[in-house]
Design a protein around this ligand. Structure first.
Ligand code: IVH
Length: 667
C-alpha cells in the first residue's frame, strides 16, 4: 500500500468504528456484533502500529492513551458556566413562571423540561469538528482541563457528524446506578471506602490524574446545551438540542415542550414517581424558556440564568429500627457489617437491610442495635443509615463491636494499614470460597451458564468442590445426584463447564479475583503477557511499566502469585485443561517486532510524545524503563538527550535515532 492508501484506509476504519461507537453508546442500538467490532478495532490498531506517524488525536484507538499526569492545568471558560436557581416546591415554580412572564410583558412563553441528571458539569470544545478540550466547571470562570479523561467516555464524539467551525457544548457526566453499585462492591472487596452516591463517584472518577482509572469507571454523559459557538444559529433551545443530537452527541430523549407552567407541573409530578425506574439518578428537572430571543431578553444574574430553574425533588428518607447487625464475608475476606431493619418503604421498594460499610462508619454515626434511624438510598439503590435518632434512645442500646474472629470460620481477622475494612485471614474460609466461586463463574469471568448460587451451595455442602478448579473435575454422576438437577441440566452444565475451558486468558485472569484487577486490567494483562505463565513471572517493576497498571494493582498481582496456594490452584486448573493463554507463536513475533526488548527513551522526539512512544513500544511487545543498565536492549535518543545517553554510551548500549526506530517498528 502507498502511504496515501494507508491514510485512506485508516480514515475509513476510524469513521466506521466511530459510527459503531455512536450506534452502541449513543443510540444504544448496535448493528454489528462485539466480535465484528473488536476485529475492526484490531485492524485499526495493527495498521496504526505499522504507521505510528499517522495516528491522529481523533482516532478511536486513542480513547485511552497516555501516562498519568502530575497535576491538572486550569483553563478559562469562553463563557461563564453558570449554575441554576432552585425551586423546592410547586409554589416556587409558579413564582419562577410569574417572574419570567412579567419580564417578557406577558408574552406567550414555551418551556422545555429536561431531566436533571445528578453528575458533574463539563464543557467540551470542538474546533473544526474535532474534540480539542474538555473541562470541569470549576468556579464557573476557570475549570480543570480533563481532556484525556473525558475522551474515555465512549459516547462523547471525538469528531462531529456536522461541520461547525467552533462549538462548545455543556453536559453532565454521570455514572449509572448499576455501575455505581458494582463499583462500590468492588471497592468494598478491595478494602476501599465506598462512594457516597453516583455523583461523587462520577466526580471522583473524572478528576483522576490517570485516565485509565477514569476509563475503568464506565462513565456516561448527557449533553444538555450550548456554550459558545460559531457558524450556526437557532431560534429555540429545542432546535439546538435536535442539532446536537444530529451532530452525534448523546442528548437525553426525555426532553419535552410545554405551553404553560401548569403542564410543566403535571410533568414534574409524573417524574417524581417515575424517577426510580431510570437507570441513572436524577435529583430534579430543569425548566428552560424555549425561545433563545426570550432567553437573551431575560438575561442572567451573576450566578444563574433568569430563563431556567431546577425543580428539585425532595430527598427520599424514612424512619425505621435496627433489629440486628450481621456480618457478611466477601470474596477477598472483607467483613461488611449490615443492619437488619424493620421493613420500611423507600424510593420505590421495601427495604429490610442497609449496608453499614465498615466499623469506622458505625463508630462515626454511633449506630447501635435497637436504634431508631433515618434511612435513605445512596444513588437510589443502596439503602444506607443516614443518622441515628438519638433522642429516641432508651439507654439500653449497646455500642457495636466488630468481631475479632471471622464469624464464618473463626479465623483471625486483621485490619491492614490504610484500609477501612477488616479481613478474614483464612484463604480457605468457606464464605470466601463461596463468594470466590460465584465470582469465578459469573458473566465477564468464566461465564458458566447454569451454575447458580444454589447449585454452588449444594456442591459445597456435599463437599464435591472446595475450590474453583474442582469445577473442572465434576462428573455427570456427581451432578445428577444433586437436588433439583435432572440428567438434561447436568449434561448442559457439564457442557458449559467444558466450554469455559477455552475462554480467552483475560476472562481467566479476571475470574481469579485478584484484588484491584477488574475486567479492564485483566484484558490489558492478558494482551501484554499472552500467557498465565508469563504473567505469573512478571515482576513488580515490569508490571508498573505497563501504562494502565499502577503500583497498587502491580503489588496485588505479585502478592497473589507469591502465594503457593494460588500457584497450586493455577496448576490444577491447567491440568484440567483450562486454557492458560497462548505461547508466543512465530506469527505473533512477526507483529510484535519488539517482543521482550527493553528501551530507555531520552531527549525530545519529533514524531511522538513520550506517552505515545511508550504506548507503541508496549503494543509491539517491548518494555520501557527509566534506568540505564546493562540489561537494556536499546536507548532511543531524541533531540537534546540527557545524561542517560552518556551513560548508555559508556555501557555500550545500542543507540537508536528516531528514524532508525521508525524503521525498526515497520518490519
Ligand atoms: S442547564 C446555565 N440542564 O445542574 C444553565 N443543567 O446548577 C446551566 N444539570 O451541575 C445548566 N442536568 O450540570 C442544565 N438538563 C440540564 C441539567 C443540568 C443536570 C446540572 C448542571 C449543573 C447543575 C446546575
Amino acid at each position: 500500500m502507498t502511504l496515501k492508501e494507508v491514510q485512506e484506509k485508516l480514515g475509513r476504519l476510524r469513521a466506521e468504528i466511530s459510527y459503531h461507537d455512536y450506534r452502541y453508546y449513543v443510540l444504544d442500538n448496535p448493528v454489528i456484533s462485539d466480535a465484528q467490532y473488536d476485529s475492526l478495532m484490531q485492524e485499526l490498531v495493527k495498521l496504526e502500529k505499522q504507521y505510528p506517524e499517522l495516528i491522529t488525536p481523533d482516532s478511536p484507538s486513542m480513547r485511552v492513551s497516555g501516562q498519568p499526569r502530575e497535576g491538572f492545568t486550569t483553563l478559562s471558560h469562553r463563557l461563564p458556566m453558570l449554575s441554576l436557581a432552585n425551586a423546592l416546591s410547586e409554589g416556587e415554580l409558579l413564582d419562577f413562571d410569574r417572574r419570567v412572564r412579567t419580564s417578557l410583558l406577558n408574552e406567550k412563553v414555551e418551556y422545555v423540561v429536561e431531566l436533571k441528571v445528578d453528575g458533574l458539569a463539563v464543557s467540551l470544545w470542538y474546533e473544526d469538528g474535532i474534540l480539542e478540550r474538555g473541562a470541569t466547571r470549576g468556579d464557573g470562570f476557570t475549570g480543570e482541563d480533563i481532556t484525556p479523561n473525558l475522551k474515555t467516555i465512549r459516547s462523547i464524539p471525538l469528531r462531529l457528524q456536522k461541520s461547525v467551525p467552533f462549538l462548545e457544548v455543556r453536559g453532565e457526566a454521570y455514572m449509572t446506578k448499576e455501575t455505581f453499585l458494582k463499583q462500590n462492591l468492588d471497592r468494598a472487596e478491595a478494602g476501599e471506602s465506598a462512594f457516597a452516591n453516583p455523583r461523587n463517584a462520577a466526580a471522583g472518577s473524572l478528576r483522576q490524574l490517570d485516565p485509565a482509572i477514569t476509563a475503568s469507571r464506565k462513565l456516561n454523559i448527557f449533553i444538555y446545551g450550548l456554550g459558545d459557538y460559531k457558524g450556526i444559529d437557532f431560534a429555540t433551545h429545542a432546535q439546538s438540542l435536535n442539532f446536537l443530537k444530529e451532530a452525534g452527541f448523546p442528548v437525553s430523549k426525555d426532553f419535552r415542550l410545554f405551553n404553560d407552567i401548569e403542564e410543566v407541573m403535571e410533568h414534574c409530578r409524573w417524574w417524581e414517581k417515575q424517577r426510580f425506574n431510570l437507570p441513572y439518578t436524577i435529583d430534579g428537572l430543569v425548566v428552560k424558556v424555549n425561545s433563545l430571543v426570550q432567553q437573551k431578553r431575560l438575561g442572567a444574574t451573576l450566578k444563574s440564568p433568569r430563563w431556567a430553574i431546577a425543580y428539585k425533588f425532595p430527598a427520599e428518607q424514612s424512619q425505621t429500627k435496627i433489629k440486628d447487625i450481621i456480618i457478611k464475608v466477601g470474596r477477598t475476606g472483607v467483613l461488611t457489617p449490615t443492619a437488619v431493619l424493620e421493613p420500611v418503604h423507600l424510593a420505590g421498594t421495601t427495604v429490610t437491610r442497609a449496608t453499614l460499610h465498615n466499623e469506622d462508619m458505625i463508630k462515626e454515626k454511633d449506630i447501635r442495635i435497637e436504634d431508631r434511624v433515618l434511612v435513605h438510598k445512596a444513588g437510589e439503590i443502596i439503602p444506607e443509615v443516614l443518622e441515628v435518632l438519638k433522642t429516641e434512645r432508651r439507654g439500653t442500646e449497646e455500642p457495636f463491636v466488630m468481631p475479632a474472629k471471622c464469624p464464618v470460620c473463626q479465623a483471625k481477622v486483621i485490619r491492614l494499614a490504610g484500609e477501612a475494612a477488616r479481613r478474614c485471614t483464612n484463604l480457605t474460609c468457606p464464605a470466601r470460597q463461596r463468594e470466590g466461586l460465584i465470582h469465578f463463574v459469573s458473566r465477564g469471568a468464566m461465564d458458566i451458564a447454569g451454575l447458580g448460587q444454589a447449585t454452588i451451595d449444594n456442591l459445597l455442602k456435599i463437599k464435591l468442590i472446595s475450590d474453583v478448579a474442582d469445577l473442572y473435575y465434576l462428573k455427570f454422576d456427581d451432578l445428577v445426584s444433586l437436588e433439583r438437577m435432572g440428567p438434561k441440566s447436568a449434561q448442559n452444565l457439564l457442557a458449559a463447564i467444558e466450554k469455559s475451558k477455552s475462554n480467552p486468558l483475560k476472562r481467566l485472569v479476571f475470574a481469579l479475583g485478584i484484588i484491584h484487577v477488574g475486567e479492564r486490567a485483566s484484558g490489558i494483562l492478558a494482551e501484554r503477557f499472552g500467557s498465565m505463565e508469563c504473567l505469573m513471572k512478571a515482576s513488580f517493576e515490569e508490571l508498573v511499566t505497563i501504562p494502565e497498571i499502577g503500583p497498587k494493582i502491580a503489588s496485588s498481582i505479585t502478592a497473589f502469585f507469591d502465594l503457593e496456594q494460588n500457584r497450586r490452584l493455577i496448576a490444577k486448573l491447567a491440568r484440567s485443561g483450562v486454557k492458560m493463554g497462548e505461547e508466543p507463536t512465530e506469527k505473533e513475533e512477526e507483529v510484535k517486532p519488539l517482543l521482550n526488548k527493553t528501551f530507555v527513551v531520552t531527549g525530545t522526539l519529533k514524531n511522538f510524545t513520550r506517552d505515545q512512544v511508550q504506548e507503541i513500544i508496549h503494543k509491539l511487545g517491548g518494555r520501557v524503563t527509566s534506568g540505564v543498565s546493562k540489561n537494556i536492549d536499546y536507548i532511543l535518543v531524541g533531540e537534546e538527550p540527557g545524561s542517560k545517553y552518556t551513560k548508555a554510551l559508556t555501557l555500550g548500549i545500542p543507540v537508536l535515532r528516531e528514524d532508525e526506530f521508525l524503521n525498526l517498528i515497520k518490519i
